[in-house]
Design a protein around this ligand. Structure first.
Ligand code: SF4
Ligand code: SF4
Length: 369
């Protein structure tokens, strides 16, 4: 398998305000280009694009291409399980929505302490193995957002799992919070394949500070900034797939250009990335990946990732008027940062373990005074 996967979490949309307005025409062109270049792996999930990603995977991929010409990954939303019957109901709904007949890769979505507890409570590991025996799933795994210790515990208890999907990128590799490097080592210890999510950290490793971009361009003037992040992840020996959430055809063509005949990182490139990490960490206020897991349950409809994006931009580039204007525009249709009632719903869902309430207070202080 070529090591680039088509992530269906950030598909092209017709309106940035509404993630369900997926641009089907462009998506079809992207899917076709991806397949034409010899790539086969597609990754979706129940909740992506406000529950519409799976339906568009059917329209753009499943209905238009032979089933044996692509591999499809989908995920059981462990964070939404409230009763035993939810597991089978959701799995069958996913088969219906995608029209795929079976899933090549199926993951328990977003395991952390709370979601792992739910997965055990509702016997999800046993369920997916049963579906594997029935031929509805080819490979069983889970995506993971917690520390290396818990990962070790899960893999010890569940040797039947074939692969783990990890957030892995050059900024998070040594991070105490995300622990990409430590989690990768645990997977290697247990002999598991690794699939990488968030290689560009939700776009944060594309829009890096100019100083960092210059360092990269001095080493390789022709390489895109995104290519550094994707190739970094793909260069890890036990990584079998790197998912990229490509949002338009140009991004897809860029990814395809260097992953078609993939060349692993050189020593010089590894050293360059080490220099860049420090610059990025010094200029990132909120390490949000814009996954939007926090948004759905917010009782005040606060545009959490959008506020964090403009706050980061302000911190990095210092253009207060521009950031304030964007903030004011967003607050016309969403709750303000100061509307937060500190219920904590969002923080419980954030895979990056961000102190969302604290950051919103800072944002209110910055843009509402
Ligand atoms: S803590 Fe604030 S931002 Fe988070 S869900 Fe509650 S109201 Fe919304
Ligand atoms: S705050 Fe956390 S959950 Fe919300 S979009 Fe950012 S990373 Fe995702």
């Amino acid at each position: 398998m070529k090591k680039l996967g088509f992530g269906c979490m950030r598909l092209p949309v017709l309106s940035k305000e509404d993630t369900t307005t997926i641009d089907l025409e462009q998506m079809c062109e992207m899917v076709d280009t991806f397949l034409d270049n010899g790539f086969t792996y597609f990754d979706t999930a129940y909740m992506y694009h406000n529950y519409m990603s799976e339906r568009y995977v059917k329209l753009a991929l499943v209905d238009r291409h032979p089933r044996d010409s692509f591999l499809l990954a989908d995920k059981l939303p462990t964070m939404q399980l409230k009763a035993q019957e939810d597991v089978d109901r959701i799995f069958n709904e996913q088969l219906e929505k995608t029209g795929a007949g079976y899933f090549d890769y199926y993951l328990l979505h977003c395991l952390n302490v709370a979601n792992y507890e739910a997965a055990e409570k509702y016997d999800c590991f046993h369920y997916v193995m049963q579906k594997k025996a029935e031929g509805k799933i080819k490979h069983v795994g889970f995506s993971y957002h917690d520390n290396a210790e818990l990962l070790d515990e899960i893999l010890t208890k569940h040797p039947e799992v074939e692969f783990v999907q990890l957030q892995l990128n050059y900024v998070d590799w040594d991070s105490d919070e995300i622990q990409s490097g430590k989690c990768y080592d645990v997977c290697v210890k247990h002999g598991k394949d690794v699939i990488v999510m968030e290689p560009v950290k939700g776009g944060n490793l594309v829009n890096i500070p100019e100083e960092a971009q210059k360092i990269m361009k001095d080493v390789n003037p022709d390489a895109s900034i995104a290519s550094w992040a994707i190739r970094y992840a793909a260069s890890k020996e036990h990584v079998i797939m790197v998912l990229s959430g490509m949002s338009d055809l140009a991004q897809l063509k860029d990814n395809v250009s260097y992953m078609k005949d993939f060349v692993p990182f050189s020593k010089k490139e590894e050293e360059t990335v080490e220099k860049v990490v420090k610059i990025i960490n010094d200029t990132t206020k909120v390490p949000c990946t814009a996954c939007r897991y926090c948004v759905e349950g917010c009782p005040m409809q606060i545009a959490i990732p959008e506020y964090f994006a403009l706050y980061n931009e302000y911190f990095r580039f210092g253009n207060y008027d521009r950031a304030k204007q964007r903030y004011d525009n967003l607050t016309k249709d969403h709750g303000k940062a100061s509307d937060c009632i500190a219920c904590g719903q969002c923080e419980g869902h954030c895979p990056q373990h961000l102190s969302i309430i604290k950051y919103l207070a800072e944002i209110a202080e910055t843009f509402e005074k």
